[in-house]
Write a protein that binds this ligand. Structure first.
Ligand code: NAD
Length: 254
């Protein structure tokens, strides 16, 4: 790892993957600024700074990014991990308002954050971005259709931005986790199990059984991949959508 005093912005820094990534980047020598719509109870020692930010508020996104650029002089790394699961599993039972809500946070939020930071990185002719999509971006599943669609949008936004920012020495990549042990999967398991702890356990076991490695990821494992992709030594890696999924998509359909 060659990371040295990079200025790193992490959205979703109060959640499982965002927090683990912020901690990992801090340990590698970065100055980490966290953003989330929910402030942590007390600021963790790995965050140099924290900005409360709802990624659906375009004006706040613009002002927050500009403020960080002005205060710290650069934004070398962006990790965009903010996101929600949503409430509706099937397309035919999803209301327009629920679809729009999930798309606003996951897709339009990613668009705003990546665009604003992309303009900063283009001007400085240097930078690395990673957005957290999901294996759900690449699969049809009878589960959380608005979520899956929103993550497919994140993936395509990253590919487009990798094309646009390649000439400016900026890498843009996506990580696509399978199930990860965070609050988001806890919410999913609770719903699947109907609030019964046994049902919750069964939902986790059923999902784990679909994964060659037979288990969920820990957020630190996703963070390790993100740290690799944002290491300046790996700047030539761009436009990737890297599954961090224990082989979850192998043998699909067989
Ligand atoms: N947990 C999984 O199994 C899994 C799998 C694949 C992808 N992901 C993705 O990883 C990312 C991180 O999720 P996690 O598992 O750490 O879940 P999490 O719920 O622990 O963290 C998500 C964070 O995003 C923040 N957030 C939500 N809406 C926001 C908004 N409008 N503005 C700013 N912040 C907002 C939340 O406050 C929370 O801190 C998400 O994008 C999620 O879709 C998670």
């Amino acid at each position: 790892m060659t990371t040295s005093s990079q200025i790193a912005l992490v959205t979703g820094s109060s959640g499982g993957i965002g927090a683990a990534t912020a901690e990992r980047l801090h340990a590698a020598g970065s100055v980490v600024i966290g953003c989330d719509r929910t402030a942590p109870d007390s600021r963790p020692k790995w965050l140099a700074d924290f900005r409360e930010l709802d990624v659906t508020d375009e004006k706040s996104v613009r002002e927050t990014v500009a403020g960080i650029r002005a205060e710290y002089g650069a934004i070398d790394v962006l990790v965009h991990a903010a996101g929600i699961l949503g409430n509706e599993p099937d397309l035919l039972t999803t209301s327009s308002s629920e679809f729009a809500r999930v798309m606003a946070i996951n897709a339009t939020g990613a668009f705003s954050v990546l665009r604003e930071v992309g303009l900063v990185m283009q001007a400085q002719r240097s930078g690395s971005m990673v957005a957290v999509a999901s294996v759900a971006a690449k699969e049809a599943r009878r589960a959380y259709v608005p979520y899956n669609a929103s993550k497919a949008a994140v993936l395509n936004i990253c590919w487009s931005l990798a094309l646009e920012l390649g000439p400016d020495n900026v890498s843009v990549n996506c990580v696509c986790p399978g199930p990860v042990n965070t609050a988001m999967w806890a919410q999913l398991a609770t719903r699947a199990g109907g609030g019964d702890p046994k049902g919750d356990r069964r939902a986790r076991q059923a999902r784990a059984a679909q994964i060659p490695m037979g288990r969920f990821a820990e957020p630190e494992e996703v963070a390790a991949t993100i740290a690799f992709l944002t290491d300046p030594a790996n700047r030539y890696l761009t436009g990737l959508s890297l599954d961090v999924a224990g082989g979850a998509r192998l043998g699909m359909g067989s």
